[in-house]
Design a protein. Structure first.
Length: 476
């Protein structure tokens, strides 16, 4: 049967109720708009299409639309159809304009943002990604759009194996790679695996992200922080017997230093001696500026180290694509924990595979590395000139650095920056494990990846203005 006008409309779920079809339909539409299910600007189905879907007369729908246009809930213009009208916020009981339940509270975004943890998403390579998507989807077999291998698409696992071996020194096999929906997803799977094995404790770094510790806790594990000093996390303390250790060897977050080579060796020796697992978070390993890249720890001990990488910093967090390179036995166990089907979208996996295989990923990473290095250099030079008393550390790699502040000034600096439209983040309790032995210094965890290029100079100027103000950085 050919397509008709009834199959070409816009879907709209409504359940008219009450006396009379016209009144019931009018009430149902009004409530959908008032409750926020139909937001301003939403185009409604034509009266003919909605009448066919509901099994009622077309005139009934047309009359209901006309009633709501007259009440101001809808608008109708020749050529643009019937749409939900834009309405002014309702007045709050105090007499000041508030927000309707449909819109929620107003959020005031800062003019500039130098908080850590985000790349410049405005630089996402849209044109190149579209070209890769077109090629990938054209070549994809039909089975790619079914329920897939829980490890992820073989095309992406194969492309990653070659890329990681070449760029990060990872000893990878497509059969031992599992694709996951972001780093947190992968860490959660590993936590469940460790608990299923009967593990009780995972060692972690004293400084990191509380979300990661909470994921392990949610899996039923305890987390124990390792000491931290100028050489990084002291892995010699691993002798006390955890089942695994979570490390960021290439560029520690948030302190910024790479793990010293003797601490790297100690972690590998511990894993080989005890059968423990090293969970290597290589979240920004591609971005190293001042010397040759630090290779992945996994390359030293592929049978003892789980390598976790992600596209969140190199491309965009919104892709929700990450990967684990696992020891042989662990790969089978993680696949079983993950479930019977793939949990990541096949089209994006196929596109990333093509993006890597074509060389576009390398080109994008190199361009990003150059842009972020210029930002880092601008930032270091500007601080040296305008706020020389601020000590800068952790600048050799990544998308963030640590700015050491005079004691007692961290909160004052953040408040002063916020007053000028600049969002900053200090070294807060969320960055320090609650059982860590040492108190964190006053410092800013400063991200220079977030601003778009057009906002960079403005953000840098506001930062230097705040940090060079004696009224702000003078000791309390």
């Amino acid at each position: 049967m050919g397509k008709t006008w009834a199959t070409l409309g816009i879907d709209l779920h409504l359940e008219p109720a009450g006396p009379g079809l016209r009144r019931g339909l009018t009430d149902a539409l009004r409530e959908a708009v008032r409750g926020g299910r139909l937001v301003p600007g939403t185009r409604l189905p034509s009266s003919r299409s909605l009448a066919a879907d509901l099994g009622i007369a077309r005139n009934t729908v047309a009359d209901a639309y006309a009633d709501l246009v007259a009440e101001g809930w809808l608008t109708a213009h020749q050529g643009s159809g019937t749409r939900v009208a834009t309405r002014e916020p309702t007045a709050s009981p105090s007499g000041r304009h508030g927000t309707t339940p449909a819109t929620g509270p107003t959020v005031h975004r800062p003019a500039y943002d130098l908080r850590a943890g985000h790349p410049d998403v405005s630089a996402f390579p849209r044109a190149e990604w579209l070209r890769a998507a077109r090629r990938a989807l054209t070549a994809a077999p039909s089975e790619a759009f079914g329920y897939g291998d829980p490890r992820g698409r073989v095309e992406l696992r194969t492309a990653l194996a070659a890329y990681l071996a070449r760029a990060r020194g990872v000893r990878a096999d497509p059969e031992r790679i599992v694709i996951c929906a972001g780093f947190a997803h992968g860490l959660g799977l590993l936590g469940r695996l460790l608990r299923a094995r009967g593990a009780d404790t995972v060692a972690v770094e004293s400084y990191g992200l509380d979300e990661h510790w909470q994921l392990l806790t949610a899996a039923g594990l305890r987390t124990r922080p390792l000491p931290f000093d100028e050489r990084g996390t002291d892995t010699r303390e691993l002798a006390q017997g955890p089942a695994a250790v979570l490390l960021t060897p290439a560029h520690q977050f948030p302190m910024g230093a790479p793990l010293h080579h003797d601490r790297r060796a100690a972690a590998v020796d511990w894993a080989r001696r005890t059968g423990g697992l090293v969970l290597e978070d290589d979240y920004d390993g591609e971005f190293r500026y001042d010397r040759r890249p630090v290779g992945a720890l996994q390359g030293l001990a592929p049978d003892e180290v789980v390598y976790l990488g992600t596209a969140s910093k190199s491309l965009a967090p919104g892709l929700r694509l990450a990967w684990m390179v696992l020891p042989p036995g662990v790969a089978r166990e993680v696949t079983a924990v993950k479930g019977g089907v793939d949990t990541c979208g096949a089209p994006d996996q196929l596109t990333l595979a093509e993006f890597i295989a074509s060389g576009a990923y390398d080109r994008h990473v190199r361009a990003s590395r150059s842009r972020y290095r210029r930002r880092r250099d601008d930032l270091v030079a500007a601080l040296a000139e305008r706020a020389p008393e601020i000590r800068v550390t952790g600048i050799a790699a990544g998308l963030h650095m640590l700015l050491r502040l005079p004691p007692g000034t961290q909160h004052r600096v953040i408040r002063a920056a916020a007053a000028q439209g600049l969002a900053l983040e200090g070294l807060t309790p969320r960055h320090r494990h609650p059982d860590a032995a040492t108190a964190p210094p006053d410092a800013l965890v400063l991200g220079y990846g977030t601003p778009a290029d057009h906002a960079w100079s403005g953000a840098l100027d506001v930062l230097c203005t705040v940090l060079s103000d004696p009224a702000v950085t003078g000791a309390e």
